[in-house]
Design a protein around this ligand. Sequence first.
Ligand SMILES: Cc1ncc(COP(=O)(O)O)c(C=O)c1O
Ligand SMILES: [Zn+2]
Length: 433
Amino acid sequence: MAVQTVAVSTDSSAEAVDLGPAAALSCRECGERFELGPIFACASCFGPLEVAYDLPSGSPEELKKRIEGGPDNIWRYAPLLPVPADVADKPNINPGFTKLVKADNLARELGVTGGLYVKDDSGNPTHSFKDRVVAIAVEAARAFGFTTLSCSSTGNLAGAVGAAAARAGFRSCVFIPHDLEQGKVVMAAVYGGELVGIEGNYDDVNRFCSELIGDPLGEGWGFVNVNLRPYYGEGSKTLAYEICEQLGWQLPDQIVIPIASGSQLTKIDKGLQELIKLGLVEDKPYKIFGAQAEGCSPVSTAFKAGHDIVRPQKPNTIAKSLAIGNPADGPYVLDIARRTGGAVEDVDDEQVVDAIKLLARTEGIFAETAGGVTVGVTKKLIEAGLLDPALTTVVLNTGDGLKTLDAVAATSQATATIRPSLDAFRAAGLAAG
Ligand SMILES: Cc1ncc(COP(=O)(O)O)c(C=O)c1O
Ligand SMILES: [Zn+2]
């Protein structure tokens, strides 16, 4: 097996950091390498840093066996993640290994014949995929000696940080736009950490956090999606690993992924590439599709216009978890969609609601608005002939509908309210036959 060797100095502070196979940080733009640490931008070109590994040696069969014998959570992939070997014994929220649902009813409705699957990440501990990224960031925070965990969040991340901090024994202080859904606010507050609503949108929250991180006020804080971002991002690779393992160690042909900052989409691609490199799946083409809400669609707008630059937008959509107007990984999403032959598309709020209800009605899965975006975009891409219905397709549901009840509350109410009598029920016209 190829081992990526990395030139890093071995001074005592570097040796103290045990993040398993993580060997260094490398700049995505210029390739310069840095020692593992709570840094996120290249000192030479300001490009984003990502984790470089000494990937495991040995045969693919041995590695598969090791993974399959591991715990039923993301730690089964510990040899491919920036975490210590004994990570499963540490207090963490242990997310992952969520269901890959074969969605035959939805497939019939959408005319998909090649196999349609929903990767249902609402099954994570705080009911969104964010538990994956936070679980990894917690291990980095531990390794770097932080005692407070923080983040800027569109809602789900704040809840995931609150829960993981509570379990792992960190203080937490998280920042959200002040006008999020009640379900998101309560989920972020209930774990007992500090929750701060910022008067502004997510991009304002993010800007504030960037200032805080450079100020003595934020000293000693691990911001999971800022100074721990290179580690945090790696958590999304586990979605790629799980999907392939659950398909019997095969790549899907097409994947539809929601986009906020774009981190998840880029790291799923990274995960698929690693599986190919390690020989865990057979190399074949796959297409990656990105999904946005029309009211916050900077990446799909750039994709459809053929631009390489993503122009920031002011978000206005019910899909608040995806409401990032200035997505950090937007240009990389464009590269991946174009390189793989995929696309980036968007749907309006009405289509989001229709798609939430379509998924619920056909598969018994209640998605949050982000899931409505991916299902809605999947339908639109099929209708446009961009997504091939004859190929194996995986659609991500990244969050639980209970967090965004308002999106469907107006159109999902009791069919009838009656007195407790058979006569009243008969009169309501709902009896069988
Ligand atoms: C439910 C849900 N899905 C998808 C995303 C998109 O994540 P990313 O910022 O990695 O693109 C988010 C981000 O907050 C989210 O909350
Ligand atoms: Zn660089």
